[in-house]
Write a new protein. Structure first.
Length: 122
């Protein structure tokens, strides 16, 4: 008897190779997305740590102002290279009032670039 090769076995082989290539492509895309998400999360962690360090410094300044006798006080505390925390206090009727406590962008040249990470101004 003659051995007959059908076209079906060739198509199955081609489909298997194509499926393997598609799976490899999707795994590379998933790895690339995970790596970029990890890099972004690392930058956000560093930025948050810098913000909370500036916030702690501002809280210390508030305590010192409350203990003193000055009528008003203001300071800009840097948060990394791009942002700053602006704080201002006043004394009104023997009570300390916080007139400003917000983050501002200090380097406008990075706005719109991929290195810019906006802070919530809450």
């Amino acid at each position: 008897m003659r051995n007959k090769h059908t076209a079906g076995s060739g198509i199955i082989l081609v489909m298997t190779v194509l499926m393997c290539l598609v799976l490899v492509l999707f795994s590379l895309l998933a790895f690339s997305a995970a790596r970029s998400d990890y890099a972004l999360s690392q930058r956000m962690v560093a930025l948050e740590q810098e913000y909370y360090a500036a916030d702690a410094e501002a809280t210390t300044l508030l305590r010192e102002f409350a203990a003193g006798t000055a009528i008003s006080f203001g300071r800009t505390i840097p948060i990394g290279e791009v942002h700053s925390l602006v704080v201002a206090f006043e004394r009104q009727n023997n009570q300390v009032v916080i007139t400003k406590w917000s983050t501002v962008v200090t380097d406008d040249s990075l706005l719109g670039s991929e290195d810019y990470l906006p802070l919530w101004n809450g």
